[in-house]
Design a protein around this ligand. Structure first.
Ligand SMILES: Cc1cc2nc3c(=O)[nH]c(=O)nc-3n(C[C@H](O)[C@H](O)[C@H](O)COP(=O)(O)O)c2cc1C
Length: 168
């Protein structure tokens, strides 16, 4: 897979993501690496338009485009010592696999966020999706077939000054 061509996509074609494609994506997500292989993640796949609209306003800014996305994956984690790492890795795996499948995606940060009325994003989303209280909301990802083109990263974007061998 060409990782340099993966870019965040926030505009999607008005075309549903096929069930087989969703299952292919989620199979990969369900074996994403995790500390001690605990796999503390739980995923809620959302394709219901009304729910997508409500998710799009569950935080005050930065998620509005989700209302027009055909699909979202909301990532929750059980409370384990590595659950924050595991949730982030799972999300990255989802974004990379989505790219391989020809889908565009955008990570939407939700931790510590609130909606425009000041209500916790986590509380709003857990209520909306009927999620058990003991789970933590990690983040959400909007997905769909891209309706915008972004250039792939090139050598010019690669900052070699951040790369260190043996010693800083
Ligand atoms: C931890 C994290 C949080 C992000 N949160 C948001 C967000 O809330 N809303 C949004 O539109 N994009 C969000 N993004 C997408 C970034 O803006 C995007 O990845 C970044 O600008 C780099 O662009 P690229 O993915 O095309 O390389 C987030 C990305 C990461 C990794």
């Amino acid at each position: 897979m060409d990782f340099l061509s993966r870019r965040t996509v926030r505009k999607y074609k008005d075309k549903p993501v096929e069930k087989e494609v969703i299952m292919e994506l989620m199979k990969t997500a369900l074996v994403a690496p995790s500390g001690r292989n605990r796999r503390p993640y739980e995923y809620v796949v959302v394709d219901d338009k009304e729910l997508l609209q409500k998710l799009s306003v569950s935080k005050d800014g930065g998620a509005g485009f989700m209302a027009d996305a055909p699909l979202a994956i909301v990532i929750f984690v059980h409370d384990t010592p590595t659950c924050l790492d595991d949730g982030a890795i799972a999300s990255t795996v989802i974004q990379l696999k989505a790219h391989e499948l020809g889908l565009g995606s955008c990570w939407i940060q939700t931790m510590g966020k609130a909606n425009s009325e000041g209500r916790s994003t986590e509380e709003v989303i857990k209520e909306l999706l009927n999620v058990p209280a003991e789970l933590k909301l990690h983040n959400m990802i909007s997905l769909g077939y891209p309706d915008e083109e972004k250039p792939a990263y090139t050598e010019n974007d690669v900052d070699m000054a951040k790369l260190h061998f043996n010693k800083f």
